[in-house]
Each structure stands twice: as structure tokens, then as C-alpha cells.
Design a protein around this ligand. Structure first.
Ligand code: ADP
Length: 414
């Protein structure tokens, strides 16, 4: 019987998962997939593996109405496809660890109580993450449950990057600039250290540009500032989120337009960003293909805000040695990368257009003072790595043959 790790990312209407086969000291992702549209129309699909094309649908056998049903379907599929596997641990992506949870945590009653206490800080996400943990605990009662936080990587921020200029009591009660996408930034930080150690030791701005988008300023691999704040709304415009907004706009919407908290929330989270600006789509591929003035305006705004925030983070860092692009847009849109970098010569960035068009990893010229890189992020692997470390410490692996070395995980094949 072989040990496997499961990673789960439970959202409001979806559960994403990945399965890692543990063969100490390495681990290999053997499957990944998601259950989308939880409710009457939910469907379960597996992502293609190397050499395959297209997603594969999985018949769930029963309606996937909630997280419990979704995790139950993953359990049934695992038993059918990997009957000889034992799920030794489940790693969960949890959006909020507050000020107290600075490291991944093995979930027990005490940690669960902390996670519940943090719900008011992330009411749209945290309850679903908790449901995922409860569902996995019921489905895999013998497995270690490990919570990995999107906020933890940013807890190294100095006070000035952690606070808002509100009366101090709000800071004390937790109204702070937490920053998110921490698992992605941590993965990139470790990858950089492995592949470009000199760059990693310097001042690096990482641009995580996906449906959610943010920038992180790192010094020697540690986060010192981020564009995201109290929630995942701040900073850059995103697929459907507004990004930085004068709080006076919210006051206007409430006092003059009679909007309540729910309708303002829907507007800022679901109807704004690229979707709101273009009136066409939240999807960068569609906007790039569309070419209408509204799409061009939306892309131009996105790029302009990235450049502006890079300037701000460069000031926080006291200069910049490297810029790293990651996330669906960062990894794939040469157009966005070129538009961002071509106006950053003042910072010392010199784009190598040929390398950028060719999809190379290094997209700056040799004479560029700022190294520009494209790196694929892998939040699932980061969660799996943290979960494996927790499982080793707790002796949860039955099939560990070789002494463990956390660093080796990063080099293992996906
Ligand atoms: P999420 O934040 O949901 O994980 P992703 O990191 O997958 O999102 O990023 C999704 C975004 O990446 C979408 O806007 C999509 O259009 C964009 N994207 C993916 N591939 C390309 C591509 N080849 N060119 C431009 N944009 C792309």
C-alpha cells in the first residue's frame, strides 16, 4: 500500500484537488481535478496529465450538492482508481491565518476554533475552507489534516506595510494589510532560491497575475510589502475585482445610491475589474482576441496599474533587482509582460522581445539592470510540501523509506 497526499482548495462553488504519490524523499503529482458548480449542475473533471489532451469528466454517481458530497466523490474516485493508496494527509488551502497563524498548522479543535474566529475577516472564503476541512475529516478520518494559509508568507511585513492610518484600536483588533497569494509567492521564492540564488537574495517584485492578481515585494526571499490588503480586493484590478479604490466611492454608493453591504460587495468582487471595464469578459485571452476599444482600455488599465504598483514596491524595497511574472496571465500573456516592461526602462528593465515572444524564462537582455523572469507557480505543490513536512514530523507516513529532506521536494517531478 502506498501513501498519498491530497491537497484541497474548497471555494464557494468548487473544490479543486491534487493527489501526490509519496515516495520519500520525493513526491509526484499523479492526478488533479476539480468539482465545479456545486449544486444541481455540478460536474467532476480531471485535468489532463502529460501526453493527454482535454479534461476528463468523472461520473460522480450522486448529486454534488455541497463540500461533503464533493469530497465524498473524490474519495470514491480515489478508491476506484488508486485502490491501493492510503491518504496519509490532506493539505488545505486556507485563505486566512490572521495574525497568529504564521506557519501551516495541523488541524485540531483549537486550530479549528481559531479558523472559525477568523471568519469575519474573510467571510466569502473562510467558511468554505472550513467546510472543506470538515468534509475531509469525515471522509479521511485517519489522515492528518493540515491548514496552509495564504496570509502566512506576508506576516514578515514591517508595521508601515501592515497598518492602515485608522485609529490604532482597529489595527489591534485585526484590521491590517494581510496580503494574499502567499502560497504562490512562497513557491516562487523557493524556486528562485533553487534556480537563481543570487537573484533570490536581492530585491524582487513578483507579479502573480491570474483571475486574482497582486504583486509582492521580497527581500532575500521574504515578503516585505504586497499590493493586497485587508481583503483580496485591494491593489491591482483583477478579472472581476476592482483593485485599489478610493473608499469615498463606497461611501457614495451607500449614501447616494442606497446600496447595501451585499450589493456593494457584489459590485466590487464580481462586476468590476477587467469584466467591468471592458463590459465583455474577465478573461484576458478573450480581451486580447477581441480588440475592441473597450477591451484595449481594460488591458491598458490593468498594465498601467501593474507599472504604478511596481514603482511603489520598488520604493518600499529601496530598488529592484528582478521582476518575476507568474499566474495564468503572467505565465502566458507576452503582450501584458511586454507592455509592463517596455515602460520600465527608468527602473533599469530592458525587455528582450525575442525571448519574451519565444516564451523563454529570462526575458530581459544581458545588459538589463533588472532581471525579468517568467516562472510557473504551483500552489498545490507548496501545500503538498508543507503537508508532507507536517506528516513526517507526526510520523503519519507508513511508507517512508529514506530520510527526508524538504528541499528535495521542490526538485521532484510534477
Ligand atoms: P486563477 O487566479 O483562477 O488561478 P489563473 O492563474 O489560471 O487564474 O489565470 C487565469 C487568467 O489567465 C485568465 O484571465 C486567462 O485568460 C489568462 N490566460 C491564460 N492563458 C493565457 C494566454 N495564453 N494568454 C493570455 N492570457 C491567458
Amino acid at each position: 500500500m502506498s501513501d498519498v497526499l491530497l491537497t484541497l482548495n474548497a471555494g464557494s462553488s468548487s473544490v479543486k484537488f491534487a493527489v501526490f504519490l509519496v515516495c520519500e524523499p520525493q513526491m509526484e503529482m499523479v492526478a488533479s481535478g476539480q468539482i465545479e458548480g456545486l449544486g444541481a449542475t455540478a460536474h467532476f473533471k480531471l485535468h489532463p496529465r502529460r501526453g493527454q489532451s482535454g479534461d476528463t469528466s468523472v461520473a460522480a454517481g450522486h448529486p454534488l450538492t455541497d463540500h461533503t458530497a464533493a469530497v465524498g466523490a473524490i474519495l470514491s474516485w480515489l478508491e476506484q482508481e488508486h485502490g491501493d493508496a492510503r491518504v496519509a494527509a490532506v493539505g488545505h488551502r486556507v485563505v486566512h491565518g490572521g495574525v497568529e497563524l504564521l506557519q501551516p498548522a495541523i488541524v485540531d479543535a483549537e486550530i479549528l476554533a481559531v479558523l472559525r474566529r477568523l471568519v469575519p475577516l474573510a467571510p466569502l472564503h473562510q467558511p468554505h475552507n472550513i467546510s472543506g476541512i470538515l468534509a475531509a475529516t469525515a471522509a479521511f478520518p485517519d489522515a492528518l489534516q493540515v491548514a496552509c494559509f495564504d496570509t502566512a508568507f506576508h506576516r514578515s511585513h514591517p508595521f508601515t506595510a501592515d497598518a492602515f492610518a485608522l485609529p490604532r484600536r482597529y489595527y489591534d483588533e485585526g484590521v491590517r494589510r494581510y496580503g494574499f497569494h502567499g502560497l504562490s509567492y512562497e513557491f516562487i521564492s523557493e524556486r528562485l532560491r533553487a534556480l537563481f540564488p543570487q537573484v533570490a537574495a536581492g530585491r524582487v517584485i513578483v507579479a502573480h497575475l491570474g483571475n486574482g492578481a497582486s504583486l509582492c515585494g521580497m527581500h532575500d526571499g521574504k515578503s516585505i510589502d504586497s499590493t493586497m490588503g485587508f481583503t483580496a480586493l485591494d491593489g491591482l484590478p483583477m478579472g472581476t475585482r476592482c483593485g485599489q479604490l478610493d473608499p469615498g466611492v463606497v461611501l457614495y454608493l451607500i449614501s447616494q445610491r442606497g446600496m447595501d453591504a451585499n450589493s456593494v460587495s457584489d459590485l466590487l468582487y464580481k462586476e468590476s475589474g477587467l469584466k467591468g471595464l471592458s463590459g465583455i469578459s474577465q478573461d484576458m485571452r478573450q480581451l486580447e482576441a477581441d480588440g475592441s476599444q473597450a477591451s484595449l482600455d481594460a488591458i491598458a488599465y490593468f498594465v498601467a496599474r501593474i507599472r504604478r504598483e511596481i514603482g511603489g514596491l520598488a520604493a518600499s524595497l529601496g530598488g529592484v533587482d528582478a521582476i518575476v511574472f507568474t499566474g495564468g496571465i503572467g505565465e502566458n500573456s507576452r503582450r501584458v509582460r511586454a507592455a509592463v516592461l517596455s515602460e520600465l526602462s527608468w527602473i533599469g528593465a530592458d525587455l528582450d522581445r525575442h525571448a519574451n515572444d519565444a516564451g523563454a524564462q529570462v526575458i530581459s537582455t544581458p545588459k538589463s539592470k533588472v532581471v525579468a523572469l517568467v516562472m510557473k507557480t504551483d500552489e498545490e505543490r507548496m501545500i503538498a510540501q508543507h503537508t508532507a513536512e507536517a506528516a513526517r514530523v507526526s510520523g503519519a507516513f507508513a511508507t517512508s523509506h529514506i530520510a527526508s529532506s524538504p528541499g528535495n521536494l521542490m526538485a521532484s517531478p510534477v
